[in-house]
Design a protein around this ligand. Structure first.
Ligand code: 5IU
Length: 273
């Protein structure tokens, strides 16, 4: 796998423009942190994005949990993404037939395709969901089409998750079949070794985002299971995702700094620095 290579090296060789951008941002900011900004008002979201912006590579949103979503939400988020050089990942977890997910991704109230660089989906509906989302992104006007990517939700961190075995293997197959749109996975580890049906190409370089990262807790009362930045990066995470560990900390900025430092140290150790 390419996980022994530096972000800089992967940025210069990756075939996917958005993956290159992700690695460039990580390298420039020395951060592999994605903050999961699961707050419920636009003000909280924008305050958090501005405060934490310097320490993160990506902000992950659940835009549908905002009580006051509107054009100002998106304008604010985009301005802060520019100001602090981070990318936007809407954790929408599309999971429907192709015709429906196209409408959920493009248009509607949330207009996700217009502002989210990264989205994710479950492959429970089959390969068509990946094809449908890819089509929508590719039909968008320049520069959007080149600046959009999908993470396949290949595993989940919740207790008893059914995203295992053949489901995870099919995730790898679909990622291999749609390399221009699929960046990689949301998973708890690198998946290049999973016995899939489609063979790996020589330049395969999946980007791995790992959720369920927390420095001070091992889980919550609703089945969430945590690992540390060191553990996640050691297992293959290229980007670590932390929510409550950062935004619910007494000092979120200090927490973000801490996750940034630990995530970066683990990465440096992995690439042999
Ligand atoms: N999330 C998970 N586990 C997963 C996937 C997504 O926790 O397998 I896919 C989301 C849910 C929440 C964030 O938005 O990541 C984790 O938040 P905490 O760090 O607060 O648990």
């Amino acid at each position: 796998s390419k996980s022994q290579l530096t972000y800089g090296a992967r940025a210069s060789t990756h075939p996917n423009p958005l993956a290159r951008k992700l690695f460039q941002v990580a390298e420039a900011k020395k951060s592999n942190v994605t903050v999961s900004a699961d707050v419920t008002s636009t003000k909280e979201l924008l305050d958090l994005a501005d405060q934490l912006g310097p320490y993160i590579a990506v902000i992950k949103t659940h835009i549908d949990i905002l009580t006051d979503f509107g054009p100002q939400t998106i304008a604010g988020l985009q301005a802060l993404a520019q100001k602090h050089n981070f990318l936007i990942f809407e954790d929408r977890k599309f999971i429907d037939i192709g015709n429906t997910v196209q409408k959920q991704y493009h248009g509607g109230t949330l207009r996700i395709s217009e502002w989210a660089h990264i989205i994710n989906c479950s492959i429970l509906p089959g390969e068509g969901i990946v094809e449908a989302l890819a089509q929508t992104a590719q039909a968008m006007d320049f520069p959007y089409g080149a600046d959009r990517g999908l993470l396949i939700l290949a595993e989940m961190t919740s207790k008893g998750s059914l995203a295992t075995g053949p489901y995870t293997a099919a995730s790898v197959d679909y990622a291999r079949k749609y390399p221009s749109f699929v960046l990689g996975f949301v998973s708890t580890r690198s998946l290049g070794e999973v016995p899939a049906t489609v063979a790996a190409s020589a330049d395969e370089d999946f980007v791995v985002f790992t959720t369920g990262v927390n420095l001070s807790s091992t889980g919550d009362k609703l089945g969430q299971q945590y690992q540390t930045p060191q553990s996640a990066v050691g297992r293959g995470a290229d980007f670590i995702i932390a929510g409550r560990g950062i935004y619910a900390a007494p000092d979120p900025q200090e927490a973000a700094r801490q996750y940034q430092q630990q995530g970066w140290e683990a990465y440096v150790a992995r690439v042999g620095g």
